[in-house]
Design a protein around this ligand. Sequence first.
Ligand SMILES: [Zn+2]
Ligand SMILES: [Zn+2]
Length: 317
Amino acid sequence: MRAAVLEAPGMPLRTATLPDPEPAPGQVLLRVGACGVCRTDLHLRDAEIEATKLPVVLGHQIVGRTPDGERFGVPWLGWTDGDCVYCTSGRENLCPRARFTGRDIDGGFAELTVADRRFCLKLPDELSDQEAAPLLCGGLIGYRALTFTGDARRLGLYGFGSSAHMICQVAVFQGREVYAFTRPGDGRTQRFALKLGASWAGGSDEAPPEPLDAAIIFASAGQLVPLALQALAPGGTVVCAGIHMSDIPSFPYEYLWHERSVQSVANLTRRDAEEFLALAVRVPVRATVATYALDRAEDALVDLRAGRFEGTAVIVP
Ligand SMILES: [Zn+2]
Ligand SMILES: [Zn+2]
């Protein structure tokens, strides 16, 4: 099979021919129909988070079909032990032995992949492969971050990429007001946010017109944390949704005072996926997709780094 392989951190992905994967007991073999590109793939590529298996096939938003034609989604959470204190208390996202698709297990930037059947997700028939793929991490982990904002009415989204452009649609559907923060001067992305229902869009260095009840930071820039805290009303929460963030600069306690809080989000549970996929059909969440052929997987990462497309990139093998 053909696959886009990360051979060493910091190296461009290389398209290679690999032996077809063989499903182990409990695994399914899938022919990949589409695989979404996530910022985590770029962090692995750029050695900002460690790739534990090398060489590795990246990609953890996989839509594929079994030889019998059954369609599944394969998310980032690829395996857990099932018996630790986290797994047995509804928090499998924190399992210390968890293995992740496209990092510890070969992922979906490939023609074929294998996945543990217990972690494969049933996908709604309403969604095509390319529509469903971006929901499987950007949508799903964004949704988990959204749940940590409670019933916040005024919601700030910092970094308006793949995840935010889908969560904006969910938040508007839920009757919230969305305030979209982009790189200063990025009028194109600000217009994109307004088109998707945001009430306001501006630069991350700007104060929103009204204090926010909560903010989700999707961008990996730690300096956004004190900025977002300053935009919050008392009692508000800043949720950091990414897997990697640059250091957070120190800030006066006053920014946190009045019961403001900062919270991170790690991974997903299968329950998040069930809830979110059902909700995504009702909204309905429509991802804006830029498609790339398998041998252009490296270009997709380069374009993501440079902000060359709105929404999300999807690899179509
Ligand atoms: Zn991801
Ligand atoms: Zn566990």
